[in-house]
Design a binder for this molecule. Structure first.
Ligand code: PEP
Ligand code: MN
Length: 263
C-alpha cells in the first residue's frame, strides 16, 4: 500500500533526535503517576507513557486501574505540560481515551497479532486526528505488523509510528524478547517514511540492558525510544525488573552517541 504519512507526530517533539517517550509500565496510583511524571518532566521528557489497561499474559496479575487512570493522565498533562500516551486494545478504550483528551495512543504487541482487534480499533479511529504507534506483533511476522499499520492508515490516521519491542521466544537467556533487528530494518526499507521507535524495556526485560539497546537503536538510525521509567522501579506492580528511575533514564539518554549515518 502506498502511504503518505505526516512527519510530525506531535508539535515540538520531532525536532530532537531521539524522540523520547517515558513513563511507568502501569499507572498504579495517582501519587506514583504524578511523582514519576514530575521527575521525567524535570529531565526534559516531553511525552509521558502509562498503561491503564494492561494485557497480562496470565490471569491473577495487576490488570491496570482502568478509566480512573485517565484522570491522572489529564493531571499530568495539566501540571507538567507533557503529552500523554496510553495503550488501547478495544473500541471502548479508544472512545474513553479520546474523551479524556489523551494525546497519543499505542497498540500493544498482543493486539497487533489480531487483525479483528486492530480493525475494530481502526474503525473507532475513523475521522480522528491522533498519532498512533503500533508495536510489532509478539511473533516475528513482518507482514502482520505491516497489515496492522495499513489498517490504521486505512482509517485515515496519518501520524503513525512503529514500535519495535522484540519478539517472543522460548529462549530467554539474554533478552525477554529477541530483538531480531533485521525485521525493523526491513520494515524501514518497505516503509521509509514511517518513524521507528525502539522499546528497549520490553526487548531486554532487565534494566542493565536498557543502555546498550538504546545505543544499538541509535546506531541503526531509529527515530526514537520508548522507555519504562518509574519513581520506585523495584516496587512496580508490573515489569519491575526492566524499569529505571527518571535519573537513570536521563543518564542513559545523555550518554548516547548519535552518529550521523547520512555523512
Ligand atoms: C507495555 O508497553 O507496557 C506493554 C504491555 O508492552 P507490549 O505490548 O510490548 O508487551
Ligand atoms: Mn510493560
Amino acid at each position: 500500500m502506498e502511504m503518505k504519512l505526516e512527519s510530525i507526530l506531535l508539535p515540538g517533539v520531532n525536532d530532537e533526535r531521539p524522540l523520547v517517550i517515558a513513563g511507568p509500565c502501569s499507572a498504579e496510583t495517582e501519587e506514583q503517576v504524578m511523582e514519576t511524571a514530575r521527575l521525567l518532566a524535570s529531565k526534559g521528557v516531553k511525552i509521558f507513557r502509562a498503561g491503564i489497561w494492561k494485557p497480562r499474559t496470565k490471569p491473577g496479575g495487576f490488570e491496570g486501574v482502568g478509566v480512573e487512570g485517565l484522570a491522572w493522565l489529564k493531571r499530568v498533562k495539566k501540571e507538567t505540560g507533557m503529552y500523554v500516551a496510553t495503550e488501547v486494545a478495544t473500541q471502548q478504550h479508544v472512545f474513553e481515551a479520546l474523551k479524556a483528551g489523551i494525546d497519543m495512543l499505542w497498540i500493544g504487541a498482543r493486539t497487533t497479532v489480531n487483525p479483528f482487534a486492530v480493525q475494530e480499533i481502526a474503525d473507532a479511529l475513523k475521522g480522528v486526528d491522533i498519532p498512533v504507534l503500533i508495536k510489532n506483533p509478539v511473533n516475528p511476522d513482518l507482514e502482520l505488523w505491516i497489515g496492522a499499520i495499513e489498517r490504521i492508515y486505512g482509517a485515515g490516521i496519518r501520524k503513525i509510528g512503529a514500535i519495535h519491542r522484540g519478539f517472543s521466544s522460548y529462549d530467554k537467556k539474554i533478552y525477554r524478547n529477541l530483538p531480531l533487528w533485521h525485521i525493523p530494518i526491513e520494515l524501514r526499507r518497505r516503509m521509509p517514511d514511517l518513524p521507528i521507535i525502539c522499546d528497549p524495556s520490553h526487548i531486554g526485560g532487565k534494566r542493565e540492558l536498557i543502555a546498550p539497546l538504546c545505543q544499538q537503536a541509535m546506531d541503526l538510525s531509529f527515530d526514537g525510544l520508548i522507555v519504562e521509567s518509574h519513581c520506585n522501579p523495584d516496587c512496580a506492580w508490573s515489569d519491575a525488573s526492566q524499569q529505571v528511575t527518571p535519573d537513570v533514564l536521563d543518564y542513559v539518554i545523555n550518554l548516547l552517541v548519535i552518529r550521523d549515518v547520512t555523512q
